[in-house]
Design a protein around this ligand. Structure first.
Ligand code: FDA
Length: 307
């Protein structure tokens, strides 16, 4: 019930001001965000990769309101690429980008986002790493998949994200399950209407399994983005039955969520990539994490009222 309210709040400037100013917010944010600065994200990268985990870095900044902010996002990712090249981790440390940060929601946003993200994808390829395009709300899916298609003509390793809560996603999985394609499957984190998305969590889970079957039976490289123990177990079982080796798919989880499970999967010989967000614009990301899990919200509210 509270999820949609929090997701609506994630778009409210007034609530953003209240939440950002509350002193108790910071320790909660620190659980999910590696830091505000690039140097802090690199420290997190070193800590995680030294324990056998892989990473995908997200420079937070989805709320750009003009072209100069979109250029700042591009430049932040170019600086990130340079820092990752210096770490010498290759594709063990890749990047996730939200095209809204590159101007997708501005007038002429499709072309603008493509123009701004292309140099980042080029720089990533030169540094021996890859970029995955995060998926945002349903109104952006066609544009994001079209930009993915453009980028993949030159950089076939560019990754896609699909969200099982959308009715369209099984078809998208079929279209994206070809050779060389890297696809992260997630349940979906936005507040979507019943006209385009399953509203019942069990339906979303069932759709996740159907999508998983399509991707696991395909020729591409599935990336399973979920903390759900059932989805992890089903993915392992499917991989086993379909004869996929452990380096022919990977698990992905968010920074700060189920870290013991992340390490357990690595110890079992699985590839596990941690999604590491950093930057000052953490509000939308933080509110989506609260919306996903009542326990996180309850903890946060108790801290707010000082109990
Ligand atoms: P779900 O929220 O359904 O929870 C199922 C179970 O998982 C819980 O019952 C519990 O057992 C366990 N669990 C979940 N959270 C936990 C926690 N905090 N602590 C302990 N246990 C927990 N979304 C999107 O729309 N676009 C995107 O591009 C991405 N990208 C992305 C990347 C990666 C690497 C991940 C892991 C996720 C995303 N997401 C995303 C978010 C995704 O859509 C989804 O909102 C969250 O992953 C939550 O769904 P789950 O499948 O994890 O489980």
């Amino acid at each position: 019930m509270l999820g949609p309210v929090l997701l609506a709040a994630s778009r409210s400037a007034a609530i953003r001001r209240i939440v950002s100013a509350a002193p108790v917010t910071r320790p909660m944010v620190d659980r999910f965000v590696a830091g505000e600065r690039l140097a802090e994200s690199m420290a997190a990268v070193r800590g995680l990769t030294s324990r056998g985990l892989e990473v995908t870095l997200d420079h937070l900044g989805e709320d750009v309101t003009d072209r100069s902010e979109a250029l700042r996002s591009r430049d932040a990712y170019l600086a990130l690429t340079e820092a990752l090249a210096g770490e010498g981790l290759g594709a063990r440390a890749e990047m996730s980008v939200k095209l809204s940060a590159f101007g997708q929601a501005l007038p002429g946003g499709h072309d603008l986002a493509l123009a701004n993200v292309t140099p980042v994808v080029e720089a990533a390829a030169e540094a021996g790493t890859t970029v995955t395009l995060d998926m945002e709300d349903h109104t952006t899916v066609d544009s994001t998949l079209a930009i993915l298609g453009e980028l993949r003509t030159r950089f076939p390793q560019t990754g896609a994200v699909v969200q099982s809560y959308l009715f369209r996603t099984e078809d998208d999985c079929r279209a994206l399950a070809g050779e060389g394609s890297r696809v992260r499957l997630v349940k979906g984190a936005y507040n979507e209407p019943a006209s385009v998305a399953y509203q019942d969590k069990r339906e979303v889970d069932r759709a996740f399994v159907r999508c998983l079957k399509i991707l696991m039976s395909g020729e591409g490289y599935p990336m399973i983005g979920s903390h759900d123990p059932r989805m992890v177990a089903i993915a392992q079982d499917l991989a086993h039955r379909l004869g996929r080796k452990k380096d022919e798919y990977e698990f992905q989880m968010l920074y700060g969520i189920r870290p013991a499970e992340q390490e357990r999967l690595v110890a079992e010989g699985h590839r596990m990539r941690v999604y590491v967000p950093y930057g000052t614009d953490w509000y939308g990301y933080f509110m989506r994490r609260l919306a996903e899990r009542p326990a996180n919200l309850a903890f946060f509210l108790r801290s707010l009222v000082g109990r």
